[in-house]
Every structure is written in C-alpha cells, then in structure tokens.
Design a binder for this molecule. Sequence first.
Ligand code: GLA
Length: 654
Amino acid sequence: MQDRWSRMSKQRQGTFLRSVVVAAVALLATQAHGSPATDPLAPAGRWEGNMGGSASTPPMGWNSWNAFRTEVDEDKVMGAARVLVDSGLAKLGYTQVNLDDGWWLKRRTGDGRLQIRTGIFPSAATGGKDGTSFKPFTDRLHAMGLKAGIYTDIGRNACSQAYDLHSPNLPQGTTAEREVGLDGHVTQDINLYFREWGFDYIKIDACGLADFVPGSELVKKQDYRAMAPLIERNSINRTDIAAVRARYEAVAAALKAARPANDYVLSICAWGMANVRTWGKEVGNLWRTSSDITPSWTSMLHNFDSAAKRPLYAGPGHWNDPDILHIGHGDFDAAHPVEVRSHFSLWAMINAPMLVSYDLRNGPASFLAVLGNADVVRLNQDKAGHQGVVTYDSDDAQIIVKTLGDGQRKAVALFNRGASPAPVTLLARHLKLSDSAPVTLRDLWSKQSVTFTGEKAFTLAPRETLVFEATGTRQLENGVYLSEIPGSINVAVDGTRQPQPDPTIHRMIDPWSNTRSGGSRPQYAGWGGAQADTTPFGQTLQVAGQAFDSGIGILADSRLQVKNDAGHAVLTASVGVDDSTENTKQPVRFHVYGDGKLLAESPPVAFGAKAHRLRADIRGVKVIELVVRGAASDGAAPVVATWGDVQLVRAAGR
Ligand code: GLA
C-alpha cells in the first residue's frame, strides 16, 4: 500500500482521498438518516399511497356471486340493476353492478380472444369477427347511470373450474380454450374488458395460482395445465409473495395504460393470502382480507375481524375488503333482522365495500330499508375515509369508533358478538371526547337521541349492534390524535420481517372442511402490523409504566406517512420502547420528517427509559413521516415502539 501510494501522482492521491471522504460521509449519513435510493426508511418526501384507480370511497352496489354462483344470467343481472335504480338505492351510491364467475365460454383458438356464454348473456351475441361482446350490456348499465364490473383470475384457470365442477357454466373446449384467466394475456384481456367492452371495475381472483397443483386429481381428471402453486393457503412461508404481488402489479400497469384517466377499480381477490393485507394498498383499490364469507354468524365474525384490525392500511382509494355482504341468506335472512343490521352496520363502520349479493328482484322490503338507511351509508361513504378503530376489544363485545370528516363528529358502534345479552358501558373517553362535558348520541337505526356525561351503560341483545353518531367536546379541542385519522396515514414500512399469521381473527369451524383437521389455524399474515391505540400485538401502549390511551403502536424499522391536509402546525408525541416488547436489549431512535426534511428526533431510547417528548414544527408541511430505527441483530425479535399520544395541533403550543 505504502509503495503504491508513493507511486501515485499528487492529483490521483487527491482524487483518491476525496472519494474516501465522500464515501465515509455518505456512510455516516446513511447510518443517521438513510439514503433514499436504498433505504426503505429514508423519508420519501411525498405521499406514496397508491393513486391508481377511482375508489375515493368504498365501492357500493351489487355482485352476482352470493345470489347465483355460476348460474348467473343477463335477466338476473339486469333485474338487480333495475331494482337498484327503481328503489332509489342507486341514488344513495349503490351504482356498481358486478358480474362474478360464470360469464365466459372459452378463449378463442388463434387470437386468444375471450368468448362470452351467449346462452346466458344473449345481448353479447353480436357476431362478426369478434364473435361476442359485452358492449351492449355495459351500454345498458351505463345508460341507467350504473357502472359495470367483470371478474377474472390472475392465473390460467378460475375458481369455479376447481370448486364448481357441477356447474353448467364452466368454460368449455380444449385445455387451452378453458384457460380463461389472465396468465399470459394481461394486456389483451384488460384492453378487451376496459377499452372494448367498457367495464369500469374488475375483480381478480387467485385460484389459478393456488389450486391447479401438478399431479393433483383435479388437474388429471379435468385435463388442466398444472401450475406449481405460488399460493399455499396453509403456509405463508411456502407462498411466493413477491411473485403473487408482481402479477397483480402487471395488471395494475395494464389498467393504467388502458384507462389513463384513472377511471377504473382494481379489486384483488387473494383472500388474505400472500401477505396481501400489507401490500394490497400499494397495488389495488380493495383487497380481500379473508376467505369467502358464508351465510353464518361465525363466518361474518371471521371476515369482520380480518379487516377490523387493519385501519391504518386503508384510506381513500384503498380499502380492506372482508367480502361481499351475505344479507339475504342463512343467518342474515329476513327472519334475522338483528343479524342483518349488525352485518350491515359493521361493514359500514370499517369502510368495507357495500356490495350486496342476493336476488334483488325477490328480496323483502325490509332489506331495502336496511340498505337504504342513508345515515349508515353516510358513515361508510364519509369522504375522509377513516376506518373505524376497535377501541374496546374482547371476544364478547367490541366498541368501534370512526372519525367523520375533519374530526368534529364521530360514529360509534357497540357490538355484541355473542349469543347472550351483553352489558356494554360506553365512555366519553372511548370517543376521545371530554368526560366532563355532555355527549349526545343519535341512534342511526331508531333515530332516537340520548345525552350523557362521562359514561353510559347499555345492554345489548344477542348479536346486536347499536350505531350512533356522537357529538361532544373533543379531548383535543385544537387538533387530532393520529389514531383518530387512519385514512390520512400510509404505512410505508411496518417493520414486520417474516410475515406471521394473525391469531386474533375469529376461528370459525371451516365451512368447507368442517372438523376434518387438527383445528382452525390462523391464516392471514399481518400479525405485528401497525396499530391505532394498541401495540402491534394488541397490548396497551405503555412506556416505562406510563400508559397511553391514544397513539400508534408499530415495530422498529418502520416508516409512516401522514397527510397534513388540515394544515396543522405542530406535531407532538411521547415516544419510547413499549413495555410489552419482547426485545428488551435494542435501543431505538424516533425521527420526524416534514416533506423529506428532518424536523425532530429522539436520542437512542432503551427499554425501561421514560418516554421522550418530541415536538416538531410542521407549518406548511404536506407529508409528515415518522420513522423508528433500531435494527435488531440477526435473529432477535423486532423492538415494539410506541408513538404515545402522537397528535397534530393547529396553533403552535408548548
Ligand atoms: C372465489 C372468490 C369468490 C368468488 C368465487 C367465484 O371463491 O373468493 O368471491 O368470486 O371464487 O368462483
């Protein structure tokens, strides 16, 4: 080295020294704040939430599946469309009319163009070189002021080709003709559906990536082309998350190209698999968070739970989807008005899509009255898009609070999950309202009002859900807690490493396999994700013995984005390592950025240290980013970090 150094020219020595200094500075900077190119925790300085598609509020309308499965036809669909218009539901927002599985005949040999089963969709028999077209069908829906949705699969074959083998409406023909899914045809099919046929919405299932297993009976008997599964329903570790995501991303890109005006909706139907509950928001407008709903109370609980604990992952343009409503059938038929109202109210509170799916032509008026409850629809369609947060949680009863608009009004649902009457006491504090000022509750079903101070006791009938709009004096008169405005938050990086199935989702007896296994196992990755008002593992937020009713719980090595649309001036928080952390050894640092610039940071804080008070001036800032760094050594558990009482306030305060 000595020799080579002395042989270098002065100029080269200078260049070399300069490059060493530059590299060292860059390394230090990366360690402190990260380099945007390579470091996922580096502030982006701009909103990174998915901007593709048009679903500023949760989609509403009708879907054919729960009503008719594959035995759908044009009369049934147009009948549903007619009821939506004639009943006034369309005016309330129920404008989406979605075909599900069963519409296709085959993929044409030669040019690969999909052919429609004209026996059940007669208006599609247009003839000519295209053979068939849905354009007359979508034209009719559009002329009625409605929107049209279609269904496909991300693989080669659809779910009915695995699970509805008795159906008269399965694709027919050779193996290749029966490959009606998107695999190998993304651009062709998306252009056909959106440019030629005029659809506005697409639901993309995923059985093609899961169920056509090489060597399986299904593949052999039905003569399908096998595909090594990318999704294994019982094993997140054996699922190729990146490959599944990449396929949906390719569709999102094709949709953007086909509809540059952004007038489309992409519904991802991967049933909570492949960690879609974490990345769905970056690719689509809604993503199923669980398996198919069945018309049983416990299936409804299961699907509700799969979305209810993910408020930070949803917001305008991107929604958790616990599946279409099962009103009209089984535990939700006309003989179960309490269950019908609960199912509907719960979906409304968590900003689920409001897609009904019974035979609207023959349903009772009582259902139309439920669907037509404009007060409850308004909660679901509130523009701010803040999903309700479970603010009291138990297996027996829950309290769910949803911020409306800018935070001045709240909706609250009291939910009895069980089969016995449940005593439920609502506190003003649950609503983040002052407990020394009156709170008025307006019941959105009975339309009665009641006023209380501090707390109010209720007894809920079995399976009953009460929904109120609440007004009172806000705890933060001059601002909001971040946990009140989940729709303004984008979880850019949540700090989870190897995805873990969520054990808190109601474990129903599986409707398909019944008890033919060792038990109903947790299935959907996302455990440990960011949470409003609890830790990522459902514990009380607490730092060195100080508990926080409000705050954000998240793992270290995470980055949250917050839109400052309301133009707040100051962010404050009490931050630290949560008392519940499994990893008690690793200190972490909290950083606050505004439009990419560092505004405030904590020193390294360790388990047991008192919460550190952070204050950042966010005047004029559009996107705030909250970063926690503290890479645990290999094999160690991530640290649980608490943004206690994190809030945005208007005027510069303390
Ligand atoms: C899957 C989906 C359902 C429905 C059927 C159609 O099971 O999850 O919502 O689309 O396929 O076959």
